[in-house]
Ligand binder design. Structure first.
Ligand SMILES: Cc1cc2nc3c(=O)[nH]c(=O)nc-3n(C[C@H](O)[C@H](O)[C@H](O)COP(=O)(O)OP(=O)(O)OC[C@H]3O[C@@H](n4cnc5c(N)ncnc54)[C@H](O)[C@@H]3O)c2cc1C
Length: 467
């Protein structure tokens, strides 16, 4: 198992403290075991570390009041969105109070003329798009789960659309953040560019709750394209699929989505989503633009695919067919777990420069083939990003050791190729040792930054940086 960082000295949570939180929040503060358990764990194999209590906040002012109460008692604070992260980020390693912002669900402002929106941190990506339905606009960032926008900002999330629209890094314009002492600050703004001072917005995006709690997020929006077309194309081998991706990106074709699923993942998706695609390495595509533009992009990609052994394209142009296709892709994680009932997932991702993608994937697949591990591979490959899920029984030490060995080798490989230990899942505590390796001397500087924002190390302690 990934080493759990040494816990901070634990502050005993007393009845007097509980009474103070109850006085502030009433029934929206609880120490019920079931609620604490639910908040101590994400969607991966990482073990459960329940907090001492869970506070459900409804506004920035309320988050600030909870944080001040935690500061008074020197209690750790763990922010919680929807708990779908994958590297142990919500685990209360040293106890403390979990601040659940999923009850902060208001869309505060939509400005269609400026293509931007401000939401409370608990609004989820699907809720936002539902809200925008009649405006002709959409928000493109789509991690597989229906995550909260505060959580997505905090993990610097992306998804299938990032190759065209970028990640949360490019799409967060500004934030409202509650700092460790309860102060409320606003970062960034609505201007499309700014040269005004330090870029605190980018600092909080990806900080995983270790520097402050995001309570409001201002985001870029996009016009829904005039034409959208999706397609699925199987390949004779994985190299052909990956070479198609590389050539498509290097040719500058503005694909909106280009996703790889290996043959193991395709088998899982067919079984889970009741589909009958060919069981072969496969690319899922989507093209956005004018009708003529989409047709042209599709023809160019089909020609590249044919060169590399891509056989038939199956097209989905009706919205309901497209949603079925992409829902199947988004359900890939649960499809992988369903291959082995009762198993847990150790999901992991790396990202490399696009020219190294084929080498990285092929060497990783060879490693898996030489092991007994079941590990379907999927990827947002247009960005050079791919994922494995080690399908494991965490109670079997030999399986955990093998997953760790394969994972260490994959991350080392990606780093040696100029890549990163995670393209989108983040660090939590599961990948802290890899961040240290990747960042070198900058890892200590990250720790110094953390100390400047949070001198008592109470904001999600034990995650991202070691101090
Ligand atoms: C099936 C599946 C598919 C996925 N696919 C993708 C994918 O394609 N791309 C991708 O990027 N991720 C993916 N993920 C991972 C996950 O959905 C993202 O990491 C997501 O951004 C987490 O959001 P959340 O609201 O669930 O955050 P949580 O899990 O609740 O929290 C994540 C971290 O952020 C902190 N945090 C949460 N809210 C706040 C806040 N308001 N202020 C400060 N800190 C906060 C938490 O303390 C924690 O450290 C997937 C997960 C699953 C289960």
């Amino acid at each position: 198992m990934t080493a759990v960082p040494a816990a901070q000295p634990r502050v005993a949570f007393t009845d007097e403290m509980k009474a103070e939180f109850k006085a502030l929040l009433g029934d929206r503060f609880t120490t019920a075991a079931a609620v604490r358990e639910h908040h101590g764990k994400d969607e991966s194999y990482h073990p459960n570390f329940p907090p001492d209590g869970v506070a459900f906040a409804t506004s920035t002012e309320e988050v600030s009041a909870i944080v001040k109460l935690c500061a008074k008692h020197k209690l750790p604070i763990i922010p919680f969105g929807t708990g779908t992260s994958l590297e142990g980020g919500v685990a209360a390693l040293a106890g403390g109070v979990c601040i659940d912002v999923s009850t902060m669900k208001e869309v505060l402002r939509v400005s269609p003329e400026d293509l931007d929106v401000t939401v409370q941190a608990g609004v989820t990506r699907k809720q936002l798009n539902e809200h925008l339905r009649d405006t002709g606009l959409f928000f493109p960032i789509d991690p597989g789960a229906d995550a909260s926008l505060g959580g997505m900002a905090s993990t610097r999330a992306s998804g299938t659309n990032a190759v065209r629209y970028g990640t949360m890094r490019e799409n967060v314009l500004g934030l409202t953040v509650v700092l460790a002492d309860g102060r409320v600050i606003r970062t960034g703004g609505r201007a499309r560019k700014s040269a005004a001072g330090y870029d605190l917005t980018r600092l909080f995006v990806g900080a995983e709750g270790t520097l402050g709690i995001i309570t409001e997020v201002t985001l870029r929006l996009y016009g829904i394209p005039e034409a959208i077309s999706s397609a699925v194309c199987p390949f004779n081998d994985i190299r052909g699929a990956v070479d198609t991706v590389i050539q498509t990106i290097q040719s500058g074709i503005p694909v909106a989505r280009i996703e790889l699923l290996d043959e193991v993942q395709m088998d899982a998706v067919n079984k889970y989503s009741k589909l009958d695609y060919k069981v072969a390495p496969t690319l899922f595509f989507e093209f956005h633009g004018t009708a003529a533009g989409v047709k042209e992009q599709a023809e160019m990609v089909a020609a590249i695919a044919a060169e590399f052994g891509g056989s038939e394209f199956t097209w989905a142009t009706r919205p309901e067919d497209r949603s079925k296709l992409w829902q199947a892709r988004h359900d890939g994680y649960y499809a992988a777990l369903a291959l082995r009932p009762g198993s847990k997932g150790w999901p992991t991702d790396v990202c490399v420069p696009i020219s190294r993608l084929a080498d990285c994937i092929l060497e990783t697949k060879k490693d898996i083939a030489e092991s007994s591990m079941l590990a379907p591979l999927v990827g947002h490959v247009g960005d050079g990003n791919f994922h494995l899920v080690y399908v494991i029984d965490p109670d079997k030490p030999e399986e955990m050791a093998e997953a760790k060995r394969l994972n260490d080798r994959m991350v080392d490989r990606a780093l040696a190729m100029g890549g990163t230990c995670t393209g989108e899942h983040g660090i939590g505590y599961g990948k802290m040792e890899f961040l240290e390796k990747e960042a070198g001397d900058a890892f200590a500087v990250m720790g110094e930054l953390k100390r400047a924002f949070d001198p008592d190390n109470r904001m999600n302690p034990g995650k991202v940086v070691r101090i």
